[in-house]
Each structure stands twice: as C-alpha cells, then as structure tokens.
Design a protein. Structure first.
Length: 385
C-alpha cells in the first residue's frame, strides 16, 4: 500500500444524522427474539438499544433518504453559514433544545395525581376542538333527529369530563405542552417516489415502486428504546446596554430518553409520499438533522449492503472522520458482537472488499497480531479522487 494521505471528503452526496449513525447497528434476528436489545459504548458509558422489529441497512438508508429530502428543503434558501450550526435556522432550533429535554423528563415533572387524569384530559381537549367545529356550522333544521341526539350526547360527555377534571384543569393546562408535545413542534416532508428513485438511482435502479412503499412503511413501524444524544446549546448570558442577552457560544450533546417510539409516520398516495415527524423521537431527529449534527456520505455508499454499509456508516465517518487509516478489529468485534460468529473474519474481509469495490477506498490490508484475527487491525488507503 502507498503512503497516500487520507483526503477530506469532497464528494458530498447525501447528508445523514450523526448520532444514529453511531448508535444504530443492523438487527435481523428470529421473530421470537424481538424486542431485541444490544449494548454499545456511547459518550463514555455503556447504553442499551432496543428495537421491536428488524432494523436493516436498507431501513437506515430509507431514513437517510427522507432526512436528506427534509434537509434540502429546509436549507433551500439559506446560503450564509449553510453548512454550520451558526446559521439562523439552526440557532433557532438550538434555542428550543430545552423543550425537548423537558419533554423527555415529563414522567418526573408531571405530578402523580395528574397522571390518571391525562387520558381523560386528552379526550376533553379533543371534544373541545370538535365542539368548536360543530358550533361553526351547527343547524338543527338540516339534521336528522338521530344526528341531533348524537350531538347532544357529545356535549353531555364534554360537560361530564369538565366536571370530573375541574380541580385539575389549571394544572393540566400548565403542562399541556408535555402532554401533547406542542411546544417542541413537528416537521413534515413531501416528495414523489419517482423523484426519489431517480435521485438515488444507484440504489433503486433494480427495484420497483412497490418496494420503496413497503420499505417506507416497514421503516416507519420500527419502535426504539434508547438514549439519544441531541445537540444542545452552550449559552453565554451577559448584560449589554442594560439588557440581558443570550448568545450561543457553542454546542454540546445531551441525552434524551426515548421509549418505544417510532421515528416518523408516513402517508402514501400513489406516487405521493408525506412523512410526518410528529413522534418525540422524530422531533429529536429533526432537531439534530437541522442543527447539523450530521455527516455526508458519498454516492458509492448506495452500493453497500449488510455489514459493509454498517461498517462504513459507523467507523469510516463517525469514529475517525474522513481521516480513517486504521480500524482495530476488536472495535468491529465489540460493535457487532462478532465473537458469537466463528465465521466473522470472512464476514469482515467481504465487507471491506465491498467497500473497496464501491470505490470508497482504494485498498485495505488485514494485519493480524500474534496470530489472532481479533487482535489485529484493518489498514486503510483512502481513495484519492
């Protein structure tokens, strides 16, 4: 191998969310073994990640596609500091990070006596909204007796709930944002399947439209339990001209607890897709993506599958950045739990062959220390495009 120095990635093709690149590894086990839990080192401690169904490299890639579409639309008109969290859009989101943290701690914030009331309060708020709509167009002369009777019962339920919740309503209103998640907002992105297939043609060229629809639905249905690091602002408070000012001086990571939550919901109508990030996990994901807790992948990544995709995602970009020139095999063994698989040396070599054939590295060499594969390392020569 030559002494060519690793290069800084100038072939930016698709933006991806960094925390999930690091934490989520592929999980495909027998159906009776779900929910499935694995451990990973993150932010100087061991954390567990649980999925309730299969999470394949293709599922993660679908999330990448959606995230890139969302990022492209959100940053379409931003030019100044576009690739840095110091742009206005990212800074605005960073200032709302405290709401995400507060929402993640809602179980500790909401008083015990209020918790049994929350389902009734949600129903009460739903009825209030419906009553408001009814009152705008209500005309008993145009309705059947059965319909009028149904509406009366509807209002009766509202009044009964109001009486039952009476002493709790003030406190419930004060934590409404924690109950409904209103204060942390939500996001959505719309796209055409045909356009996505064209943009990511290297992946979809041998697949039909029905495949992407199925993959979208499968990806949206996976539920996760994990501690998710999000970008949090480092704020400098000072007084200038007699006024208090808060300036974001930098960013750090804070962990949010995600429990049995999906990343997004999806609606598919023919060629049209609407992805809604209205779950707590989804809102945190959007926060990270748009505050540029991100990595860029080259187009050749779309050629990778299985362990090759997971290794490139988790080791080439995250742990070592674009300056990767050596990966300890023990890190791969620990990350994937390879010691349970006696064939893992062949699996590792195939993965690196795939990465090489995709044009993402020029060459690699396995260096074994002391005759034991797991004690060696992979020496990498990055492509010099």
């Amino acid at each position: 191998m030559s002494n060519t120095k690793p290069y800084e990635n100038i072939n930016k093709f698709m933006i991806t969310e960094r925390s999930l690149n690091y934490i989520l590894r592929p999980v495909q086990v027998r159906s009776q073994n779900y929910p499935y839990t694995y451990s990973i080192e993150n932010m100087d401690e061991t954390i567990s990640v649980t999925v309730d169904s299969a999470w394949t490299p293709y599922n993660h890639l679908m999330l990448d596609f959606i995230g890139h579409e969302l990022h492209s639309k959100a940053y379409k008109n931003i030019h100044e500091n576009r690739n840095n969290w110091k742009n206005n859009g990212s800074q605005d989101l960073l200032m709302k990070a405290g709401r995400l943290l507060r929402y993640s701690e809602r179980e500790n914030i909401i008083k015990e006596e209020l918790k049994p009331m929350i389902p009734k309060y949600k129903r009460y708020e739903q009825i209030l909204e419906s009553c408001s709509e009814l009152e705008k167009s209500y005309n008993p002369n145009l309705l059947s007796e059965d319909k009028v009777e149904m509406i009366k019962k509807f209002y009766q339920e509202k009044n009964e709930l109001q009486r039952e919740l009476h002493i709790y309503l003030k406190d419930l209103h004060e934590i409404r944002d924690l109950i409904f998640g209103d204060a942390i907002g939500s996001a959505e992105v719309k796209f055409k399947i045909s356009a996505v297939m064209q943009r990511y043609n290297k992946f979809f060229k041998k697949r039909r439209k029905e495949y992407i629809k199925k993959l979208l639905r499968n990806t949206s249905e996976v539920r996760f339990t994990l501690e998710y690091p999000i970008r949090f602002p480092i704020i400098d408070n000072n007084v200038k001209n007699g006024e208090q000012q808060s300036i974001i001086k930098g960013v750090t990571l804070r962990k949010l607890k995600i429990e049995e939550d999906k990343c997004f919901n999806v609606e598919v109508d023919g060629d049209n897709v609407k992805v809604i990030f209205n779950t707590f996990f989804g809102r945190a994901y959007v926060h990270n993506l748009l505050t540029l807790n991100t990595d860029w992948f080259e187009e050749g990544f779309l050629n990778l599958d299985g362990y090759a995709a997971a290794i490139y995602r988790s080791f080439f970009v995250i742990r070592f950045g674009n300056k990767v020139d050596r990966i300890p095999i023990k890190d791969l063994v620990d990350y994937f739990g390879f010691m349970k698989n006696s064939y893992y040396p062949a699996v590792v070599e195939k993965a690196f062959n795939d990465i090489k054939n995709a044009g993402l590295i020029r060459d690699y060499k396995v260096v074994v220390n002391g005759g034991k594969f797991s004690k060696g390392y992979i020496e990498i020569e990055k492509s010099s495009k």
